[in-house]
Design a protein around this ligand. Structure first.
Ligand SMILES: [Zn+2]
Length: 135
């Protein structure tokens, strides 16, 4: 490989430049396995960042991960061994389905129920759209 190619490769591998830190980052779990259970130690701060009631996220994770989940103080205890990548994937999906505005992509939204339908209402742009997934 010559110098030019190396340079190209190096550029490709650089992380994307983030714009001014304004971009919303989907939170990642800090967890560990204890015996046959998986603890999400930062569960309550994830709910805070997403601005959603913990009960929604618990219900969602229980169904998606097919395991019982119990809140224990600020952490969530899941009933089986799980790897964090799998849990992060579910949290990412939850965030996209239940938190981020589909119009402007901002997380400043509220989840409201209208006529048996869950709706995301965006505080930033005013858009409203129904939630497709089940809670
Ligand atoms: Zn919006």
């Amino acid at each position: 490989m010559d110098y030019e190619e190396l340079l190209k490769k190096a550029k490709k591998e650089l992380p994307e430049i983030k714009n001014s830190g304004e971009r919303f980052e989907i939170p990642k779990i800090a967890g560990h396995v204890e015996g046959n259970k998986t603890m999400i130690d930062n569960f309550s701060s994830i709910c805070d960042i997403l601005n959603r009631e913990s009960s929604y996220l618990i219900k969602y994770l229980q169904r998606e991960l097919a395991t019982p989940a119990v809140l224990d103080g600020k952490r969530l205890v899941l009933g089986r061994k799980l790897n964090s990548a799998m849990i992060n994937e579910k949290i990412e999906k939850f965030t996209k389905d239940f938190v981020l505005c589909k119009e402007c992509g901002k997380p400043d939204t509220k989840l409201i129920k209208q006529d048996q339908v869950w709706i995301i209402k965006c505080a930033a742009c005013g858009a409203k759209h129904p939630v497709k997934s089940k809670i």
